[in-house]
Design a protein around this ligand. Sequence first.
Ligand code: NAD
Length: 250
Amino acid sequence: MRLENKTAIITGAASGIGRAAALRFAAEGALLVIADVNGDGGRETVQLIEQQGGSALFYETNVSDSKQVKELISTTVEAYGKLDILFNNAGIGNPDVKSVDLEEEDWDRIIDINLKGVFLGIKYAVPEMKKAGGGAIINTSSLLGIKGQKYLAAYNASKAGVILLTKNAALEYGRDHIRVNAIAPGVIDTQIIDGWKNDDRKWPIISRANALGRIGTPEEVANAVLFLASDEASFITGATLSVDGGGLTF
Ligand code: NAD
């Protein structure tokens, strides 16, 4: 098993990509902590892991709250003795409006969760990973954080920020044997894209806007995250791995 005896925290694991990664990590032997603001969904992920013979704890956590993230990391270390892997994955979407029409509160909320949340995860995980002799951090960016897209200013800015935050942490902590990478998913079949799915005009375009001509599954993204978390990626750090079917803007 590729993650045997590894302790991993996955944020945003109450659904979608985070849940798929949690199930994949557990099947590979990881001891998991599921962190999410959604208590029901988080506990359901734990149940699904237990049903497949794995082990997981759930901590209700808002990733934009410094105190809660600090507690998430320290409680994980108390429970399992160390922290090896952090998947900073929690995120929210953007109202479909032009930049000047975006409310300041929406800008703040999106940046707080999608970008500051990743910063806080890194801030509190790195000292524990140093103690454990190393670790792997994977951050969720997006195709849109690389290529941009109309009407999604705060989301795209947050996801572009994640890429540079990833590079910075990789440069700073490589000598501590901590690898830091990002994934950049394209359009993936989760609840975050429900708005697009319900748009009869846009969906036929969005759902085929890549080389493969289809959207991706959360499991396909989880496979890439597993690779970056595992020792198979031992010489990869500071990278952003596109998981987008050859994604295009739409
Ligand atoms: P999702 O909505 O199923 O998952 C997001 C999870 O984050 C949810 O469980 C939600 O409860 C949780 N969350 C939201 N705010 C939180 C907070 N403050 N603290 C803790 N948890 C919080 O959608 P998803 O597609 O699985 O999204 C996962 C990540 O993938 C996000 O960062 C998203 O931006 C990114 N992403 C998704 C796509 C896509 O097409 N689905 C594409 C590129 C990037």
